[in-house]
Structures are given as C-alpha cells and as structure tokens.
Design a protein around this ligand. Sequence first.
Ligand SMILES: [Zn+2]
Length: 88
Amino acid sequence: MPRCLSCGREIVETKHHGETYAIDGYCLHTGKTKRVSAKNDNGTAIEFLQMSEPKDYFLCINCFAKTGTRDVWMSTFPDAGDITTLCR
Ligand SMILES: [Zn+2]
C-alpha cells in the first residue's frame, strides 16, 4: 500500500459500493521536466515539456483537504522543491 507523502499513513484502495465509491487518496504522476523544441507535421516550431525520471507521489484525502497542500498538488508539474514541502 502506498503511504501519504505528508502524514505517512497508509492509503487504502478505492472502495466501490454499488454506484458509489470512496477514495482514500490521490496519486500524482510527475517527474523532472525539460523544455524540448521540435517541428510539427506542417513544419511549425513547437515547444513542450518532456518528462524524464517519472515518479508517483501519494497524498491522503485528509492532507489533500489542506489548502497549502492542495495548491502544490494541483499546480502544473510541481518540481522536486515543491514536493519536498509536502514531506513530513
Ligand atoms: Zn496524509
């Protein structure tokens, strides 16, 4: 079972009860990113972020409910420094 990055408690799997379900935590799939330049099919230059070293981080629903924690979690590609602020 994964553990919450912030409080350390175990996060149990989502429980399904008929048409309802109970979520105990969230998984953030992220990693280091680098800016990549390329050309699309019609020759137009494009830039995008390419993820390297993917990693999964878990947060329980109690810690997710905390405003500061949720803000980091919901930002686009939080970096390693952002994630460190969530660690206990
Ligand atoms: Zn937690």
